[in-house]
Design a protein around this ligand. Structure first.
Ligand code: PGA
Length: 255
């Protein structure tokens, strides 16, 4: 069974104080929620204190990136061992913003995912096509290629430990979400690719949808059989908003 996974990707938002204020307001809102895993991905500077504040709450800690090497002359970078040391259970890798702004390649993403797995951290591997690729009918080819290359170093016995996040670039931060049907169609394709790569293990891999997920559209997305959670940017910055997403109730309950 795939336990739904809701990840708050705070990107470059929140000082330590702001992050702690979020946790204080958020935890009581999700205390009663069962059968869903909630994850917070603050900036590196807030990881330590947020991790302390989450201890024993059942809400997990994630990093927004990680370097593929474990130590060395990589100024400004953070390793998987450093993240494990802070109690990170997850780390996002290959986010489209990092692919676009930092020139991150599929090969680098593959290295990061492999290192994270070796250190007991679940990589959340992001894939997704651009608007031009979708309009030209190349969305499947693009996502299939990203999956193949980004997961190239995941050993079959660790397949169930990875998370894939499908984030169509045209839906990120734009207010434009993929329709539930379009999301399901791509998630089913992703699961098919994972099946070819990992066999039956693919059924255990959680596939999150990301791109303008909000309290009022999460229910319809989560109703799709291959949508196993959400990777949420803008709507995860407010405790009440992200708590509604973690609950993913019908729209009338999300008001
Ligand atoms: P968004 O961001 O929810 O603001 O569209 C999602 C993401 O980039 O992970």
């Amino acid at each position: 069974m795939r336990i739904p996974l809701m990840t708050a990707n705070w990107k470059m938002h929140k000082t330590v104080g702001e992050a702690l204020a979020f946790v204080e307001a958020f935890l009581p809102l999700v205390r009663e929620v069962a059968g869903v895993e909630a994850v917070l991905a603050p900036s590196f500077t807030a990881l330590d204190r947020v991790g302390e504040a989450l201890a024993g709450s059942g809400v997990a800690l994630a990093a927004q990136d990680c370097h593929a090497e474990l130590f060395g002359a990589f100024t400004g970078e953070i390793s998987a061992t450093m993240l494990a040391d802070l109690g990170c259970a997850y780390a996002i890798v290959g986010h489209s913003e990092r692919r676009a702004l930092c020139g991150e390649s599929d090969a680098e993403v593959a290295g990061k995912a492999a290192t994270l797995l070796q250190h007991g951290i679940h990589p959340i591997v992001c894939v997704g096509e651009s608007l031009a690729e979708r309009e030209e009918g190349r969305a499947h080819a693009r996502v299939g290629e990203q999956l193949e290359k980004s997961l190239a170093r995941v050993p079959a016995e660790k397949a169930a430990d990875i998370v894939v996040a499908y984030e169509p670039i045209w839906a990120i931060g734009t207010g434009r979400t993929a329709s539930p049907e379009d999301a399901q169609e791509m998630h089913a394709f992703i699961r098919e690719c994972l099946g070819k790569r990992f066999g039956g293990e693919a059924r255990s891999i959680r596939i999150q949808y990301g791109g303008s997920v909000k309290p009022d559209n999460v229910y319809a997305l989560m109703a799709q059989p291959d949508v196993d959670g959400a990777l949420v940017g803008g709507a995860s910055l407010e405790p009440a908003s992200f708590a509604k997403i973690v609950r993913f109730g019908p729209p009338e309950e999300s008001k």
